[in-house]
Design a protein around this ligand. Sequence first.
Ligand SMILES: Nc1ncnc2c1ncn2[C@@H]1O[C@H](COP(=O)(O)OP(=O)(O)O)[C@@H](O)[C@H]1O
Ligand SMILES: [Mg+2]
Length: 262
Amino acid sequence: MKVLIAGKGGVGKTTISALTAHLLADKGYNVIALDTDSIPNLALNLGIPYEKAKEIIPLSKNEHLIEERTGAKPGNSWGSLFSLTPKVNDIVEKYGITVKPNLKLVIVGSIDQSNEGCLCPAIALAKAFLKHLLTSSKEVVIVDSEAGAEVFGRGLAQNFDALICVSEPTLKSLTISKKLIEMGRELGIKKLHLAINKVKDQQKALSIKNKVFLETYSIPTNLIIFDENIIKAENEGKGVQSIPDNSPALTDVKNLIQSIIL
Ligand SMILES: Nc1ncnc2c1ncn2[C@@H]1O[C@H](COP(=O)(O)OP(=O)(O)O)[C@@H](O)[C@H]1O
Ligand SMILES: [Mg+2]
């Protein structure tokens, strides 16, 4: 199963990606979590200590790897000639970070050309890697992405089995989510799911959702409660695996996962 987690900045994508990755790994799935954010921080949420996390070089910034695989030398000589079909089948093994025995993390970095200037070989490598993993890997792949990011482009998006669109219970955030869900639908992603996160008032959250999505629009929806335990874990520099079992948000994410894997 390949799951794309998307939504506006700050809504909780990385938190939910990390929780989903840990919970599915605990269920016995082999999980690969990918961070495609231009400012990657999934490692911390997965519980990798800050000192170690800050040393990790994203694939799209790893000049040595890019040169080795695409033939393009970094710096001024990033030429226009480079391989668009770099070898990528060993990347998880070589660059994956083992979070726990059946949970691996690969920090891909941004795959957005506009974010990265014109580091075309870097983008080519990162995209080739994603495509490879999405089309051939037997593992559960969870991609923590940016809103409106390149991962929604043709060629990648249709390889996902599920899109979890994360939103805050606000009109703006839900409006963006609706657009992302429509893009996902157009691109043929089979399971589309809305996760309204940081909910303090369920009634209000659902009433704003109904305003944005109208009654006729059926979109499976889960609410995830605003939970201080998530903030506490983050501020103590701990990963989501340290959140107590009886935390309300954890129960909500478990329900979300249940509806995705069924
Ligand atoms: N259910 C929740 N309850 C309380 N705080 C949350 C919840 N989900 C996420 N947060 C907090 O919201 C902030 C943004 O979360 P993050 O996962 O980094 O968002 P994104 O990846 O979408 O930018 C973080 O400080 C995180 O601790
Ligand atoms: Mg994030």
